[in-house]
Design a protein around this ligand. Structure first.
Ligand code: HXC
Length: 503
């Protein structure tokens, strides 16, 4: 047996190392706690007497920071890590066990896709994997780490999981590869341009993290896992936390980061890093739809999801991609009992034909559904601007949030003064123009009046849409106390036989 193990690993090293890649087994050992990997079904599908070295996938259980996980690692050294009947049944068996045990599944994917020689039997296995992944969705976290090619319909396996991590220069995902593209459309394109990690991280949003290399990918997966419960039946994790004067003094300086002039941009990531424990914030989809920020952090040791507008990118406006990014993130947090803290500084939805034609109505609706149906604690802080529909959808009390607070001086209104005056005083301004009066001066006066009377938190406070105003220094303590108060929140999710939600 031992010699078979060694032979298999030597073969794997010969294939992988010359490409600068780790073997499947090396990847597993680099990912999990030392000595914790327990492989299962190693010799499934083979005849050991005939020197069977194993199938194209390694499956088993391990621990990461002491927590049990199920591991799938495709072995490219066996027929390109392709998926045949044996590989499919091993993966399905492990997924069933992970579902029974209520533990996360982490997959390391490096494969030529369906094994062509096995024909539709291999395709059928993919069908079953898609079904099983969908069944596990929302019950146990599923993380895919793409460390090589991922071609054909096989891309939908990882796409159905919660998080996709791709390595920068060595991973590719496409439904049809460059050769097929050339044959069918005549288009010549490289693998990187068709489905490289940069493309999927920054443009398509398929990938949630762009890793520099395999080590970085594994590090990220471990950090990500630390914020997630092992299943939807557990509470979000809590980290041991000692009250830390550094965290408190950093949080007290948060006002310095946000310019009073609401037209001046600033980095909302810095604001988040000032507010959370140890300044540690793990972004999800950092490069995609960067006008909205999503990620995990902790407040006094309690894991939370954070959604925020990034003032540096398009002033933090909402658009189709940002809506889908935030909606999927909020849905994930909701499925796994992770409270959502929303930091709002939003001038509105991005206007224009480009967005309307891209389906901002249909795709923006996803974000509404996500917040409206969330039953986890929702705590929202309006940092500077909250205008129009974007104000309401971003975790407002009207949408079911538990607490809404705003910093003094927050601009909260249906729309900005320029737009409002144009609509409300259109007739009056036309008349002034016809009479030869100074329209510019009149418009300016009306805008000032509207600004003073309507662009502030007063009406929101009066109708109970805001629980109060807090100074920036109070933000961290307020979030911590709101999270404490909502810790016991139990609002059963409605059980639908079939969901018709937009996402
Ligand atoms: C059988 C395959 C294979 C496949 C690769 N191999 N892909 N064998 N079925 N799909 C084998 C190769 O023949 C080779 O065997 C070994 O794996 C390594 O492959 P290489 O081509 O030498 O490696 P490399 O140059 O690194 O290129 C890797 C690759 C390329 C980019 C993945 O092999 C490739 O383009 N493969 C086809 C990808 C593809 O179109 N897949 C879609 C399949 S259909 P030897 O014996 O020479 O070492 C599909 C549909 C799923 O997946 C649908 C679900 C609904």
């Amino acid at each position: 047996m031992e010699s078979l193990h060694r032979k298999a690993e030597e073969r794997a090293q010969a294939t992988q190392h010359k490409k600068g890649k780790k073997t499947a087994r090396e990847r597993i050992h680099a990912l999990v706690d030392e000595g914790s990997f327990q492989e299962i079904q190693r010799f499934a599908g083979g005849n050991i007497d005939e020197d069977y070295l194993g199938s194209g996938v390694i499956t088993g259980f391990a621990e990461i920071s002491g927590r049990a996980v199920a591991i799938i690692a495709q072995d490219f050294s066996v027929q390109g890590g392709t998926l045949g009947e044996v590989e499919g049944s091993k993966m399905l068996h492990l997924m069933d066990q992970a579902i029974d045990l209520r533990i996360p599944i982490i997959s390391l994917l490096d494969s030529g896709g369906a094994r062509i020689q096995e024909g539709v039997a291999a395709l059928a296995q993919y069908g079953q994997i898609f079904k099983k992944t969908s069944e596990a969705s929302g019950l146990i976290p599923q993380i895919s780490i793409i460390v090589g090619p991922c071609a054909g319909g096989a891309v939908y396996g990882p796409a159905l999981t919660d998080f996709v991590i791709m390595t920068k220069d060595s991973s590719f995902m496409f439904v049809t590869g460059p050769e097929v593209v050339k044959a069918v459309t005549g288009e010549q394109v490289t693998s990187a341009d068709l489905g490289g990690a940069v493309l999927h991280s920054a443009t398509t949003g398929v990938a949630h993290y762009l890793a520099e290399d395999e080590e970085d990918a594994l590090d990220y997966a471990r950090s990500l896992l630390s914020y997630l419960p092992s299943s939807a039946e557990e509470d979000a994790p809590t980290f041991a936390y000692q009250t830390n004067p550094e965290d408190d003094s950093r949080a007290a300086q948060v006002a310095d980061l946000v310019p009073v002039n609401s037209k001046q941009p600033y980095d909302m990531v810095e604001v988040i890093e000032h507010l959370v424990d140890h300044g540690e914030f793990l972004q999800i989809q950092e490069l995609f739809a960067a006008n909205v920020i999503t990620g995990f952090a902790a407040f006094q040791g309690r894991s939370v999801g954070i959604v925020a507008n990034q003032s540096l990118v398009d002033a933090g406006t909402l658009d189709v991609n940002a809506s889908e990014k935030a909606s999927r993130f909020v849905q994930f947090c909701n499925a796994f009992n992770i409270p959502v803290v929303t930091l709002v500084d939003v001038p509105g939805y991005r206007p224009g034909t480009e967005q309307e034609r891209a389906g901002i109505i249909r795709r923006g609706a996803k974000m509404i559904t996500a917040y409206a149906t969330a039953t986890v604690p929702l705590v929202t802080i309006i940092v500077r601007k909250a205008y129009g529909g974007a104000y309401i959808v971003m975790g407002s009390k009207a949408m079911g949030a538990d607490f809404n607070f705003a910093w003094p001086g927050a601009e909260i209104a249906v729309m900005g003064s320029e737009g409002a005056v144009n609509i409300v005083y259109r007739k009056e301004l036309k008349q002034l123009q016809a009479d030869g009066d100074d329209v510019t001066a009149a418009r300016q006066r009306l805008e000032e009046i509207y600004s003073t009377q309507a662009v502030n938190p007063n009406l929101s406070l009066q109708i109970g849409a805001l629980d109060g105003l807090i100074s920036p220094e109070q933000t961290r303590p307020t979030i911590i106390s709101a999270l404490k108060l909502t810790q016991a929140k139990r609002r059963p999710q409605k059980i639908y036989r079939h969901s018709t939600n937009p996402p």
